[in-house]
Design a protein around this ligand. Sequence first.
Ligand SMILES: Nc1ncnc2c1ncn2[C@@H]1O[C@H](COP(=O)(O)OP(=O)(O)OP(=O)(O)O)[C@@H](O)[C@H]1O
Length: 487
Amino acid sequence: MRIVCLVKNNQPLGATIRRDDVTGEIYIARVIHGGLADRSGLLHAGDRLVEVNGQPVFGLEPEQIIQILAHSHGTIMFKVVPITDRPVNNQTMLYVRAMVDYSPQADPSIPCADAGMAFRKCDILEIVDQSDSLWWQAVKLPSTSACAGLIPSTSLLKRKQKEFWWSQPYHPHTCVKSLSTVDEEDDMIAIDEKCVEADEEAFESEELKDEASEFSTNIEGIYLTGFRRSLRLCRRRRGQAFGTSQFCSLRCPASCYSSLSNPYEDVVRYQHHPEHTHRLIALIGPSGVGVNELRRKLIEINPKVYQGPVPHTTRPPKCHEEAGREYHFVSREQFDSMVCNHRFIEFGELRGHLYGISVDAVKDVLTSGKICVIDIEPYALESVRTPELRAYVIFIKPPTVEQMKRTRMNSNIITNYYTSRPFRDEDFLEIEDAGRKMEQHYCQFFDHVIVNDGLQAACVQLLTAVRRAQDEPQWVPTSWIRPTDQS
Ligand SMILES: Nc1ncnc2c1ncn2[C@@H]1O[C@H](COP(=O)(O)OP(=O)(O)OP(=O)(O)O)[C@@H](O)[C@H]1O
């Protein structure tokens, strides 16, 4: 028997208790890492509690003992029978990124809600105790408190996810769905088709105008690639053209679903090594927010450092085009074979021709020693968050509608009619709505967020973030550094 005295000083004891239903004995169920009991080093999980402040606890309900503790102030005296075989905590440090939101207050199954720790998607958690297979103890980083909180283990949270209690796990097919509503998208595409058929000539001349402006983006003899309008427009149509279960199974291998539905992602602190290829910079944002404007501006700042990948297409080259400059021109069979071998980060179809950005085109830029900057849609996240590309994902977030009205007064939006026109109020509402949904569903994959309000300020922020991605340590998936059989 051991007598333990702890001075409470208005802080919780930092331990949970349980009653053995068969014997009626009371035990310390767990000691919270960094809490009062843990810091004392005198109470341990498995100790049998005999008395609290001289009051025998045998046969009491845990809630009654909690009441005794809650009403005790100053020094509390425990009489305990210490556990004989105390488990040794030889656990190595484990860090995870939360991929779901969790609230202990909304979880009826948590042993003690007050000992629980709420977290949000993208929070980095240090797991300090995994001795219980159901309830782990964790500290949120950067840590403001030395005391850990209870969180559900991976297996428990997966079980809870299935029950859809409070977290919102991924639906496997959301990765190919357009974020704008399907009805709106269908309408736009229907009008779009009519427009093309009715005025093919007008389209050709628009396309030529587009090409003319492409050629003017040749800086210091370096051709700025990957900004072709056809490539961008076909992405908007891809949702409809490929939004089928067949497409999904083609684009989303089993790993996609498993990693998206994993509530925690193991992470490590990673410092880019100057001798390795740079990390890929992937910009993501709702259509029209200014992803390409920012990407173009960044590349224009220093085209010897930043570059976009050369896209692939099945369309025949035009007389002024050079293979490997505007596009890699390939046959449909070659393109299909690349699709089947998962060589595309993104691809889509426009006017009977396929367009896509391949992993190899990105690797070409990286191995040339440059920083590759691409824009992606959410479904492509899985293809760029890989050990070979190690994408640093930057979300370009729309400012408020009022701010967009102010800053985009003289700007044009590219429409599905192959033309540009001034922004309308409904465009801003759509961008804001799409941005909110994108952030809600995918924020756990964002390494950085930039609000594109003033263009100059956003550009400076982008430049800083890109430098930070290469120069400063970042949390990245452990599988990028120590590949496992599954990764
Ligand atoms: N911060 C800003 N202030 C003013 N105008 C902006 C700003 N950001 C972008 N724009 C303008 O908004 C328009 C749309 O931007 P951009 O073409 O980059 O959109 P996007 O996000 O790439 O979408 P999409 O690929 O569908 O066109 C462009 O005319 C661009 O110049």
